[in-house]
Design a binder for this molecule. Structure first.
Ligand code: GEK
Length: 250
């Protein structure tokens, strides 16, 4: 599944094109699952590059007969990259707590003939046991987890990883300087306009995410990943206010 190639059953994102009296909080429901590939590609600058980096990191850090986790897999784009690059006898495990996403993801994997090669679970990642993991990916998922649960989740991941395993975390981030934050936000708005979203679509989607996507600063992320026990913690990609972090379990 390449984000430029339409996947079976996927439609263009026009969810926020019509004016709504009330914009309810964003949910990963059936409507979102139907358009998700288009939505994320047109909303997250650098998304395709980050998926490629996940593939490269998997090629370098996955270890034979270990587990590779895609936590908050949506339609399984990261899991697919991992499956393509993982070492022999690795098990790729993809998890999401949205049944609509998992159903669509299953359809994609069936279409690609990969149902036997990627394990799919509909589950809250806070409850997922992590074991024997050489690669763990949270690609734009941590931002949807309640703040107090973020550190315990990273601690659990660290405990369940093997030596020299890699953690990759991608997030929308917030700059601590208001002026810089405004600059990055304005460029992101222009990015969305360039992707064909109208002012109404941009405003309504923004309102719907307001209480659902809780962004933090790069500093907070770097601290939390280090505090969980990871070393060599670094930023491997940055496009406007979207950052990808990497940490190694020494
Ligand atoms: C990609 N990683 O394309 N447990 C499990 N899943 C969750 C939870 C939770 N507690 N909270 C949110 N999710 C993907 C994109 S999208 C990012 C990830 C975005 C799931 C949620 O259902 C959704 O599918 C995913 O995390 C976030 O590389 O939409 O910006």
């Amino acid at each position: 599944m390449d984000q430029n190639t339409p996947s079976p059953g996927q439609k263009p994102d026009s969810l926020y094109a019509k004016s709504r009296k009330v914009v309810p909080p964003f949910e990963f429901d059936q409507q979102v699952a139907n358009v998700f590939q288009d939505m994320i590609s047109r909303s997250v600058p650098g998304y395709a590059l980050v998926l490629d980096l996940i593939g490269l990191a998997t090629a370098q850090y996955s270890q034979m007969s270990t587990n590779c986790y895609d936590l908050g897999c949506s339609l399984g784009a990261s899991a697919l990259k991992m499956q393509q690059q993982a070492a022999a006898n690795c098990k790729v495990i993809a998890i999401d707590n949205s049944s609509a996403m998992i159903e669509k993801c299953k359809q994609q994997f069936t279409h690609l003939g990969l149902t036997d090669q990627i394990e799919l679970h509909c589950q809250d990642i806070n409850q997922t046991p992590i074991s024997n993991a050489s690669v763990v990916v949270l690609n734009y998922t941590l931002q949807f987890i309640e703040k107090p649960a973020r550190a315990p989740l990273l601690n659990k991941i660290h405990q369940g990883m093997c030596e020299n395993g890699v953690l990759i975390v991608s997030e929308k981030v917030r700059h601590s300087r208001t002026k810089t934050q405004d600059l990055l936000t304005n460029l992101h708005l222009d990015f969305k306009r360039q992707q064909g979203y109208s002012e109404l679509e941009i405003a309504q989607k923004r309102a719907s995410l307001e209480t659902v996507l809780i962004a933090e600063s790069e500093k907070e992320h770097l601290h939390r990943i280090s505090n969980a026990g990871f070393s060599e913690v670094s930023i491997i990609s940055k496009a406007l206010n979207f950052t990808t972090f990497l940490g190694i379990k020494a």
